[in-house]
Design a protein around this ligand. Structure first.
Ligand code: OGA
Ligand code: MN
Length: 303
């Protein structure tokens, strides 16, 4: 099989539609994201197709599979090709997630008010890595759309390999042997999680320290690893220097040339690599329903 950009030596991202073994891959932007055409992921997949999907995934970081009809079992089964589906600890459940603890319902309906108030609801979610507030964040997430509003709620992704490859030398020198604290106390809409206090001093932010530059365990490539901006802190630096360096790194990584936004349709599944891509979500009208199911695949400690 031909190879596409997945190693430290081969970092080019194909821009035109191409065949990879038995799959067809359609790049969706110069920076990140590709559609895999014509694969029904509800069916068990042969090994050669899984290999091709993984190769395309490592090259494009985010894969889109359209027009899928998946039961929770099929969604979990598909996720298991990429590692071990995780069951995150949660404080409240619906009957669906009680039966399938590997699935998180990303939705703005069907919850008691108290739970809705703690969830993303219809809010904007700022740039983040899923669950980077854990010592071992997931390697990947697979988000499947069941109900989608007519507008709003787009999800955008950015390529953190590219952000790393392009780092100006002075920024690289300041970042490369440092860590950052990833805030565990608030979600990606900025809401305080249960059991945490509203601490404003970044030096007291609860959460793990992760390297600012991490190596992807499968591709061997280096990526900038920022997690989430609010209340992040670079240990060992005075607060003003930490803030200044984080602001520089974030404004570099946040450039449009590294990003792509997806407008969802029902039946879309997006599989993203949480180790080398960040994502964010646009807000949407609270009167509209938006329901997605997410699985997450166990990762390694970032290094
Ligand atoms: C999340 C998330 C994106 C979306 O649940 O962590 O980022 O499009 N969701 O809802
Ligand atoms: Mn997320």
């Amino acid at each position: 099989m031909q190879t596409v950009g997945i190693s430290p030596e081969n970092t080019t991202i194909p821009q035109e539609k191409y065949e990879l073994g038995k799959i067809t891959v359609v790049p969706l932007s110069p920076a990140i994201g590709a559609e895999v055409v014509g694969v029904d992921i509800s069916e068990p997949l042969p090994a050669d197709i899984i290999v091709a999907i993984k190769q395309a995934w490592h090259a494009h970081l985010v894969l889109l599979f359209r027009d899928q009809t998946l039961t929770p079992e099929q969604h979990i089964y598909f996720s298991s090709y990429f590692g071990t589906p995780q069951s995150p600890n949660r404080t409240s459940f619906t009957p669906m997630t009680e039966k399938y603890p590997e699935i998180i319902e990303v939705m703005n309906v069907g919850m008691e008010k108290a739970r809705l108030d703690r969830s993303l609801g219809n809010a904007e979610a700022f740039w983040h890595t899923d669950m980077s507030y854990k010592d071992i964040p997931p390697a990947a997430s697979a988000l499947y759309a069941l109900e989608i509003p007519p507008e709003g709620g787009n999800t955008c992704f950015c390529n953190m390999y590219r952000a790393y490859d392009d780092l100006p030398p002075d920024l690289l020198a300041m970042a490369q042997d440092r860590t950052a604290v990833h805030d565990a106390s608030r979600n990606s809409a900025g809401k305080l999680r249960p059991g945490f206090v509203d601490e404003k001093d970044p030096r007291k932010t609860p959460g793990p320290r992760h390297p600012l530059v991490r190596t992807h365990p499968e591709t061997g490539r280096k990526a900038l690893f920022l997690g989430r901006r609010p209340y992040s802190y670079i240990p060992g630096l005075p607060v003003d220097e930490s803030e200044a360096l984080l602001n520089c790194l974030w404004s570099h990584a946040g450039q449009e040339k590294y990003a792509w936004c997806h407008a969802w349709k029902v039946g879309d599944l997006l599989l993203w690599d949480n180790r080398c891509a960040m994502h964010r979500r646009d807000p949407f009208d609270a009167a509209q329903r938006r329901v997605l199911h997410r699985t997450q695949i166990a990762g390694d400690r970032p290094y």
